[in-house]
Design a protein around this ligand. Structure first.
Ligand code: C5P
Length: 222
């Protein structure tokens, strides 16, 4: 069978990573969470007291960064320069600052290059904001996942309950809208649907329904 490149993009909390992981598992493909890479850079910048909008300082920091995905029985672990940051990069402090870091040219250039290297042999499901438009414009499958802000905030609220993060629902709605706004209006590779992407609205779909929709599209290309 062909080893496809599958790009899954969309706004915050639309269910990209959940669905991308399941699709990758079904196809025995690699799964690459590019959001985790932007979060890892944000973590390191905060750790090293680098101003999050200082493109030059971030460029310097990125010279020695090593981001690794390590498989484990509970899913992929994320390491930055040898530190396991898997849990920390999901905390509100990172979530609410990552869009600032992700808007810097040095950061996007570096991570885009690394993502292209990871995907070079195909057989990959990559999720993010600019995969179909910038990272893998040649991907055979491009999905743009959307859902209403209310629904996305509710999903995040439920996830947070498990992680014992107590942000109120209204606050989550506001944070999600703010992150979408920043991601969609930045100059370099903004969040936008690729012309050749298929839009899937997940507002009233469950995870299995979204996965089977995507698998149908994939099977037509295999
Ligand atoms: O997908 P996730 O919510 O973990 O992504 C975190 C942030 O990383 C996004 O809000 C966005 O600012 C940035 N990002 C990006 N390009 C990608 C993936 C994520 O700019 N391909």
């Amino acid at each position: 069978a062909k080893k496809l490149k599958i790009a899954i993009d969309g706004p915050a909390s639309a269910g990209k990573s959940t669905v991308a992981k399941l699709v990758a598992h079904k196809l025995k493909y690699i799964y690459c969470d590019t959001g985790a890479m932007y979060r890892a850079v944000t973590w390191l910048a905060i750790q090293q007291n680098v101003a999050l909008n200082d493109d030059l300082a971030l460029a310097e920091m990125l010279k020695t960064i090593e981001i690794k995905f390590v498989p484990s029985k509970n899913g992929q672990l994320v390491f930055v320069n040898g530190n396991d940051v898997t849990k920390e990069i999901r905390m509100p402090d990172i979530t609410n600052n990552v869009s600032t870091v992700a808007a810097q040219v040095s950061v996007r250039t570096k991570l885009t290059q690394q993502q292209q290297e990871i995907a070079v042999n195909g057989g990959i499901v990559m999720d993010g904001r600019d995969i179909g438009t910038t990272v893998l414009p040649d991907a055979e499958i491009k999905i743009f996942l959307v859902a209403s802000v209310k629904e996305r905030a509710l999903r995040r609220f439920k996830e947070n309950q498990i992680k014992k993060i107590a942000t109120p629902l209204r606050e989550l709605e506001r944070e999600i809208e703010e992150r979408d706004r920043k991601d969609s209006t930045r100059v370099v590779s903004p969040l936008v649907q690729a012309e050749d992407a298929t839009k899937v609205d997940t507002t009233s779909l469950n995870i299995e329904e979204v996965v089977s929709k995507i698998m149908e599209i994939v099977e037509n290309k295999l």
